[in-house]
Ligand binder design. Structure first.
Ligand SMILES: CC(C)(COP(=O)(O)OP(=O)(O)OC[C@H]1O[C@@H](n2cnc3c(N)ncnc32)[C@H](O)[C@@H]1OP(=O)(O)O)[C@@H](O)C(=O)NCCC(=O)NCCS
Length: 432
């Protein structure tokens, strides 16, 4: 990367730096990732996230290490059946792995720009466990699952700038130790903390479609289509991610543990490098169709009457419908806007949100979502700047990155149509 690329990349990452600050990420590092040479780079990148103010909970696994230590143990449905006499070896393996990770955070960064950074890694008895019991007729013995998590204590430790490290072990109320499936534990912890992200490192780089192209975003309901091509281990990880997203974790990401810098590319660039799982958008903005014309009329008529919007006949709306976007809340059209291309410029017009849904009343800023989608559409059409003409909403545009401009800044075709009597303010935003 030359200096210019580097500056561009750094500038491009700025919105993500502020978006991630103060957020809680639960990160899963399996035994396969811990055994890989890239683990030092992963730890470095996690340390960087910590320095940038991300609250990190790290859950580790140890499957290949346990396979080696307990070659006779049985596996059912990707879960190890833990015999009571296996427990000393299980705790021993996890103890070693935990100290390996603590060591990496303490001594793994000397030859890096983060060598002066002091990272406090804290482990503890945060997980209360219960037995999995008998599944498919098979007693899972000392293989357990999360019963409860001491979330308040974890939250306190995170806000005091500690990184929390959790082994896949938990204790019952009677003090019995249980071996937990680590992927499931990571998902359970992310749900209990209502984390902003659950991040899984895996052997594969991402999901791909039938043409072999990367799927950067998948929803839990379409995940089934991809599972057939995955190893059982990867499929279990994706299922754990889907469960977390369905239970309220905002996003889950899957990244290869072998890719140097994969975590940073996934979190700090728009295109990412792995696959993210998100729940279906409840408030999508989509291209309008002719069947939306009636709803658009309902939304804009009162605003035309008050003079906020220029009058558009129903015929004109029908002719121009391909330029419109609409926002939905639970299937109801509640807002619209139009994007008209003019070579290297595009006009944003007719931005309107139904009165009931303004000012975040629907739990989301509909106007802002329409603006985001309009900017993306304008950029897709090849526009470098977006302009808007408004009589009553100048401040709203200014607060969202537009600047005052003049009629002469408009494309010629638009200048000749400018209505001097209406006297709209001209606002311009660069899409660079
Ligand atoms: C402008 C409009 C689309 C914003 O919709 P929204 O869903 O409420 O938008 P957001 O949630 O992104 O923004 C809401 C914020 O903008 C502010 N805002 C809304 N209208 C505003 C206006 N005319 N001038 C200045 N600020 C305005 C709100 O007070 C609110 O601010 P707050 O949260 O700090 O109190 C909506 O108010 C509307 O339909 N206005 C009438 C139509 C119009 O004037 N369109 C623009 C001409 S093309």
């Amino acid at each position: 990367m030359n200096t210019n690329d580097y500056s561009q990349w750094f500038r491009g990452s700025t919105p993500y730096i502020s978006a991630h600050r103060g957020k809680t990420f639960v990160v899963f590092l399996g035994g396969d990732a811990l055994a890989h040479t890239n683990v030092t780079n992963i730890v470095h990148d996690l340390a960087l996230l910590h320095v940038l103010g991300v609250q990190l909970v790290l859950v580790h696994g140890g499957r290949p290490q346990l396979d080696e230590a307990l070659p006779e143990s049985k596996i059912h449905n990707h879960r190890r059946i833990t015999e009571p006499h296996d427990m000393p070896k299980v705790t021993g393996v996890y103890g070693l792995l935990r100290s390996q990770i603590e060591g990496l955070f303490s001594t793994g960064l000397p030859n890096t720009p983060l060598h002066n950074v002091d990272i406090s890694v804290v482990s503890g008895n945060f997980v209360t466990a219960k037995p999995l019991g008998v599944l498919d007729g098979i007693d899972h013995l000392l293989t357990g699952q999360l019963r409860s998590l001491d979330s308040p204590r974890i939250a306190n430790l995170l806000s005091a700038h500690n990184l929390v490290l959790q082994s896949p072990l938990g204790f019952s109320n009677s003090g019995q130790a249980f071996n937990l499936a680590s992927e499931e534990l990571a998902a359970d912890i992310s749900i209990a903390l209502q984390a902003d992200k659950l991040i899984f490192f895996d052997e594969i780089e991402h999901l791909q479609n039938t043409q072999g192209q990367r799927e950067s975003t998948v929803t839990p309901s379409t995940l089934e289509d991809y599972l057939g091509d995955l190893s059982q281990g990867s499929a279990q990880r994706f299922l754990a991610m889907a469960r977390a997203v369905r239970a309220g974790v905002t996003k889950a990401h899957q990244i290869s543990f072998a890719t140097d810098g994969g975590l940073l590319q996934e979190l700090f660039t728009a295109e990412g490098v792995g696959t993210q799982l998100v729940e279906e958008q409840r408030h999508p903005v989509r291209a309008a169709t002719l069947t939306d014309v009636g709803d658009i009329v309902e939304i804009i008529r009162p605003l035309e009457e008050s003079g906020a919007l220029v009058r558009r006949s129903r015929d004109r709306l029908e002719q121009e419908i391909e330029h419109f976007l609409v926002a939905e809340v639970d299937g109801v059209v509640v807002g619209c806007c139009a994007v008209y291309p003019h070579d290297l410029q595009a006009e944003l017009a007719c931005v309107a949100v139904s009165d009931l849904y303004r000012r975040g009343n629907a739990g989301v800023a509909i106007g802002a979502k329409l603006l985001d989608a309009a900017q993306a559409k304008a950029a897709q059409l090849g526009a470098k700047t977006l302009f808007a003409l408004t009589t009553q909403t100048k401040e709203w545009f200014i607060e969202r990155g537009f600047a005052d401009a003049n009629v002469e800044d408009l494309p010629n075709t638009k200048q000749s149509l400018y209505n001097w009597q209406r006297g709209s303010k001209v606002l311009l935003k660069s899409l660079g």
